[in-house]
Design a protein around this ligand. Structure first.
Ligand SMILES: O=C(O)CCC(=O)C(=O)O
Length: 254
């Protein structure tokens, strides 16, 4: 038995330490969930209609830069109980690295097995530099392409070695009811599963990094000004507007 859906922060942290991931019970009300899910579906449909959609792997779709695409996504990246667990993995004043959606469509193929800290050359330190969260906007099942993981692989502290056949390592699906949030260590080997159903599996990936790691998205360049303007202290900190010790200073001042 690996990680299971939990409402307990202590169990979540134990699962993260042992297996490299945990699954939190839905932190959203039904109304909040509906708003988030509806907005993602609308944006994804719109991008397919207007020809700007990023389609890949035979049926899958990425929707990038969600913060520019609806206030619902601003609430999601700041959800307190997920940030609370994230802080256990990434430490004080961690940052939002990026937020985008991955929709595993019918017929979509599995992604290659990988860990999310590809940018870091080996040897990796014995802790995560980044961590991801997968917001399940549909029930995640083995059939509809639930994210698959190699439990415990975060402790290997390296990427799979494809030359030694580790790209074909056995993975297990991480299933949970719609609304659940899987949080996973940046060193965990994982992949999108294959969706063999007739309906899309929607997930939002809110990806975070330590306060001294470069963010995946350049928010100072790409974020709509109105999003930065309406952001409160927590959001400003996540975006990188606050300093991290002597990093990120403005004119030599914190
Ligand atoms: O969509 C998923 O289930 C996982 C996506 C993923 O592995 C990634 O974007 O790195």
């Amino acid at each position: 038995m690996y990680a299971t859906v939990t409402g307990s922060k202590q169990k979540a942290i134990r699962d993260l330490q042992e297996f490299g991931y945990c699954i939190l019970e839905s932190p959203l009300s039904r109304t909040e969930f509906k708003l988030l899910s509806t907005r993602l579906t609308e944006v994804a449909e719109q991008e397919r209609e207007d020809g700007t959609a990023f389609l890949y792997d035979g049926g899958n779709q990425r929707v990038f830069s969600l913060l520019n695409k609806g206030e619902e996504f601003e609430h999601c990246v700041q959800e307190p109980s997920t940030l609370d667990v994230m802080e256990e993995v990434l430490g004080f004043n961690f940052l939002l690295s990026s937020t985008h959606a991955n929709i595993a469509g019918p017929g979509g193929s599995p992604m290659n097995v990988h860990a999310d800290q590809t940018f870091a050359r080996p040897p990796w330190p014995p802790y995560a530099l980044v961590a991801n969260s997968m917001w399940m906007l549909d029930d995640f099942t083995e059939e509809n392409g639930a994210t698959r993981v190699v439990p415990g692989s975060h402790l290997l502290g390296r990427q799979p070695d494809y030359d030694r056949g580790e790209g074909d390592v056995e993975t297990v699906p991480v299933c949970g009811p719609a609304g659940s949030v899987m949080i996973f260590d940046g060193r965990l080997w994982h992949q999108t599963g294959a969706n063999v159903t007739g309906r899309a599996r929607h997930g939002i990936l809110n990806y975070y990094c330590r306060g001294y790691v470069r963010q995946q998205q350049n928010f100072f360049n790409g974020l709509k000004p109105e999003v930065a303007e309406r952001s409160g202290p927590r959001m400003r900190r996540l975006l990188g507007f606050e300093n991290y010790f002597s990093l990120g200073l403005t004119d030599g001042l914190s």
